[in-house]
Design a binder for this molecule. Structure first.
Ligand code: SF4
Length: 376
């Protein structure tokens, strides 16, 4: 019988890292969703000294150093603290769960909201939100973070006014730039008071809990599709499976600061040329951009398969526009939503699931890699 995957229910941080098959995973939450150039360089140096050379980008716009030894962790934290990359306590770090649109301009409303929300979540009277509960500051002219995970969203309506949204509902509350952050905190406090056993906003609202009055302004529908290429703010580059070598990070530091995204892409600030560095995806049609694969075996102790080598072998067989999720076990960490095609590792081989989660009943079981190249 297959052992059910272990659900940890919390995300690692820098101050509270998580043990994985290749050592500690130390997740850094860049303040304001941005790493200055000196921070990128310093982070690469620290990761080379204390990690195993691999760096991950998370779907919450964070960056994590893999393979850190327990006795190296204090020195790593000292180095991160010197660069202003850690919070005062693990509790504040856990609460400061924020995605920020990468398309902000210096001095604009997004930068202001992000700074105010960061300060408010660090305060003593901050709402005691659960570990995975998060915010999306998506207040550019058009929303770009609607497909990313967040519970409270800050957006603009079609007329350019600011609205506050509870995830899962199509209409928001009109707010001003002065009241935006205090209203977001009030909504977080409301969630904490009403959540019962629920950890996420959408699940609470789906259970029948009604929001307070005032959420009636229709939200804009996102048309933005993230892809590598140039933007007015710099060059967007993709990373296969959201992973990069420490040398790649060091090379990127020569080009500019980095803005984090939830799309396994980084915005290299002010870059007018796409950096030619192995690891980076610069072709918007590269099929690897359409494959999500978790860490898998051997780095994740729960993995039954080496997900990423399998994903690379399947990539050339994907048809145009097809999306594939390769999961090392039924937990489906890398894509906890249904996918058109999912390959899940089991003790007996590879299962293929159509339009479902990694844990759903397979359309075909115990396949070989060769079977899969024909089946997808
Ligand atoms: S889905 Fe992947 S990363 Fe998550 S527990 Fe399973 S093997 Fe590990």
């Amino acid at each position: 019988m297959t052992t059910p995957p272990e659900i940890k229910g919390w995300c690692p941080g820098a101050l509270r890292p998580m043990m994985s098959g290749d050592g500690l995973v130390v997740r850094i939450r860049p303040f304001g969703g941005r790493l200055r150039r000196a921070q990128v360089d310093g982070l690469a140096t620290l990761a080379a000294a204390h990690g195993n050379g691999l760096i991950d980008l998370s779907s919450r716009g964070n960056i994590q150093i893999r393979g850190v030894r327990e006795d190296s962790h204090p020195k790593l934290i000292d180095g991160l603290a010197r660069m202003g990359l850690v919070d005062e306590t693990p509790e504040i770090e856990s609460r400061r769960n924020m995605l920020v649109t990468p398309f902000w301009l210096t001095g604009d409303s997004t930068e202001r909201f992000t700074a105010e929300l960061t300060a408010a979540l660090s305060a003593e009277d901050a709402p005691r939100i659960p570990h995975k509960f998060g915010f999306a500051v998506d207040t550019g002219r058009e929303p770009v973070l609607q497909t990313a995970s967040a519970d409270i969203r800050l957006e603009r309506d079609a007329g350019g006014g600011f609205i506050l949204l509870a995830d899962g509902l199509p209409a928001g509350k009109p707010v001003t730039s002065d009241s935006m952050v205090s209203e977001a905190l009030a909504l977080a406090h409301w969630f904490v008071a009403h959540r019962g056993a629920h950890n996420r906003m959408a699940a609470l609202l789906a259970s029948g809990q009604r929001l307070p009055a005032g959420f009636f302004v229709p939200r804009q529908r996102q048309s933005y599709q993230p892809k590598p290429g140039f933007t007015p703010l710099g060059a967007m580059v993709g990373l296969a499976f959201g992973q990069l070598q420490v040398e790649t990070l060091a090379s990127l530091a020569k080009h500019g600061g980095l803005r984090m995204t939830p799309w396994r892409m980084l915005l290299v600030e002010s870059a007018r040329q796409l950096p030619e560095i192995e690891d980076l995806i610069t072709d918007p049609d590269d099929p690897l951009l359409r494959i999500v694969a978790c860490t898998g075996a051997p780095r994740c102790p729960q993995g039954f398969i080496e997900t990423r080598p399998i994903a690379r072998q399947l990539a050339p067989h994907l048809s145009d526009g097809q999306f594939l999720h390769v999961s090392g076990c039924a937990k489906g960490c890398a894509h906890p939503r249904p996918a058109p095609l999912t390959v899940t590792g089991t003790p007996d081989g590879l299962n293929l699931i159509e339009n479902g989660h990694a844990s759903d009943a397979p359309a075909r079981e115990n396949l070989t890699l060769q079977d899969l190249t024909k089946a997808i």
